[in-house]
Write a protein that binds this ligand. Structure first.
Ligand SMILES: *Cc1c(COP(=O)(O)O)cnc(C)c1O
Length: 492
């Protein structure tokens, strides 16, 4: 027998557990860096991590805490007002507490006998989410690792449903038929890159994705979708799915779901809505209307590690008709034998891409309980209001150019160098890099119609609008400093 103070359920073990937990939380409470990031490069981050990974003798708790402290001090501070680049949120405290329970209980969601109450709670959460999205009782879903996995699942089921409907082809057992070369997926110009990534992984190739034109607000144009479908059909190709986006990553734009659903369904295709970012609007009485038509989706991707402020990872895939999970179902004798289906024992592995899987539904549940509907709505509204504030500031700054009106919490803009000799694309890229390396701000970047832009993604509702103004003021100040340096060779 091996005796360890870390594993047994003795009183000493409980004392060690408490000591580690309390000291770690203390470290986090006192030790977050004051800057959004230390600014270190990948090469210089290596040094503080020197030392043997597997030391020959054990470290004391204090030494381990010191190691943790090193990692903390070189991490991006997600709650800092100037950490504003990505859909990367500060986490809710009740969710952090639930994470402790998730890890300690270590339930595994693949089978009921590894996660009894967790299975029932996840199912309840999924049914509730389906109801909030406007689905009825034949709907179903599963928690996933994120929008990437949820989009992949939607397109996998769409592909197999299409092959079955058009060619009576059972892809799960037979793989892809020659006709699979005809399958096409349509999405807007600004849809997430995981549409192509999924197409590649599904054996269709990235060329199976047809990008449809958007309007000036970066929303897919229904007429353009109709034309694109017509054009594919005239070439004897098979449009199997349309991916609409409710909240594009760069602009927060929401495709006209109702119109797109009707075009898609008239063409006999699957309607997947990537609502990884925008699904939070379901809980904002003020903005909810923007998701009109979501209930027409055949499948939906929702992320909770974005505007629901959950620690990574936490997301769900919802299906309007849960019977479509049959295309993914596999039975393993040791895990989810068919007998269990007869006995009514739910084994969630039947619906999941993953086998061993975390009980992430718990942290969302506890967060919703702790917040309540009203506060959740207020958090979402306050976050969106920050983006409007940023847009106003940018509109009133002659040296900045606003690229779009914000819809969700992100704003794309760019700095206009005063000197016409300065190339704005590389200048904006250099500006963002300077802010990052100096630990001033972690802001985003993207390319819009060939132009390098900057991006703010507001994720922290407790930031004051004035802090957004200060941040943009410092973006301008650094731009001017950078411009002064760039001008020098020309002047001399
Ligand atoms: C974030 C995002 C994704 C990817 O989701 P992950 O959770 O990062 O896997 C997909 N689509 C959209 C619109 C997103 O914003």
């Amino acid at each position: 027998m091996f005796e360890s103070e870390f594993l047994t359920n003795s009183p000493e073990c409980r004392a060690a557990y408490q000591q580690w937990m309390v000291k770690t939380v203390e470290l986090l409470c006192q030790g977050l860096p004051e800057q959004p990031y230390s600014g270190k490069t990948a090469a210089s981050l290596d040094e503080p991590l020197a030392g043997e990974i597997l030391p020959s003798t054990s470290f004391e708790i204090e030494d381990c805490l010191q190691q943790l402290g090193r990692v903390i001090s070189d991490s991006v501070v997600v709650s800092h007002p100037n950490t504003i680049a990505h859909l990367h949120c500060p986490a809710l405290i009740p969710a952090l507490a639930a994470e402790v329970v998730i890890s300690a209980l270590n339930q595994s969601m693949d089978s009921f006998d590894q996660a009894p109450v967790a299975t029932v709670l996840e199912e309840k959460m999924v049914q509730w989410l389906c109801g909030e999205a406007g689905f009825d009782s034949v709907a179903g879903g599963i928690f996933t690792s994120g929008g990437t996995q949820s989009n992949y699942m939607g397109l996998l089921l769409a592909r197999d449903a299409c092959l079955e409907k058009r060619w009576h082809w059972p892809a799960q057992t037979q793989g892809l038929p020659p006709e699979a070369r005809k399958l096409r997926i349509l999405c807007s110009e600004v849809a997430h890159f995981t549409v192509e990534k999924s197409a590649a992984q599904l054996g269709l190739g990235t060329n199976a994705v047809v990008r449809v034109a958007t309007d000036e607000a970066f929303c897919m144009r229904p007429e353009a979708l109709r034309d694109a479908i017509e054009e594919l059909r005239s070439r004897d190709l098979a449009p199997m799915a349309v991916v609409a986006t409710a909240g594009t990553t760069d602009f927060g734009s929401i495709d006209p779901l109702l119109e797109l659903a009707s075009v898609t369904h008239a063409a006999g295709a699957w309607f997947h809505v990537d609502a990884a970012y925008g699904s939070a609007l379901l809980f904002s009485p003020r903005h909810r209307e923007k998701l009109r038509g979501l209930e027409m989706a055949d499948s939906i991707a929702m992320d909770f590690h974005k505007l629901f402020w959950q620690p990574i990872s936490c997301a769900a895939f919802l299906l309007r008709d849960a019977s479509h999970f049959r295309y993914m179902k596999m039975n393993a004798d040791y895990l989810n034998p068919e007998l269990h289906e007869k006995l009514g024992i739910p084994n969630l592995v039947t619906r999941s891409l993953a086998t061993t899987r975390r009980f992430d539904a718990l942290k969302l549940w506890i967060s919703l309980q702790a917040l309540g509907r009203k506060k959740l709505g207020e958090m979402i509204d306050a976050t969106l209001a920050l983006a409007s504030h940023a847009a106003d500031f940018i509109r009133h700054s002659p040296c900045l150019e606003l690229i779009h009106e914000p819809v969700l919490s992100c704003v794309v803009f760019r700095y206009r160098p005063a000197n016409p000799a300065i190339e704005p694309n590389s200048f904006n890229a250099a500006l963002r890099q300077r802010l990052f390396e100096r630990g001033i701000a972690v802001i985003g970047h993207t390319v819009v119609r060939g132009r390098q832009c900057l991006k703010l993604t507001c994720m922290n509702p407790s930031v004051f609008p004035e802090q957004i103004g200060e941040l943009l003021g410092s973006v301008i100040a650094h731009a001017q400093a950078l411009e002064a340096v760039a001008k020098r060779p020309v002047d001399s």
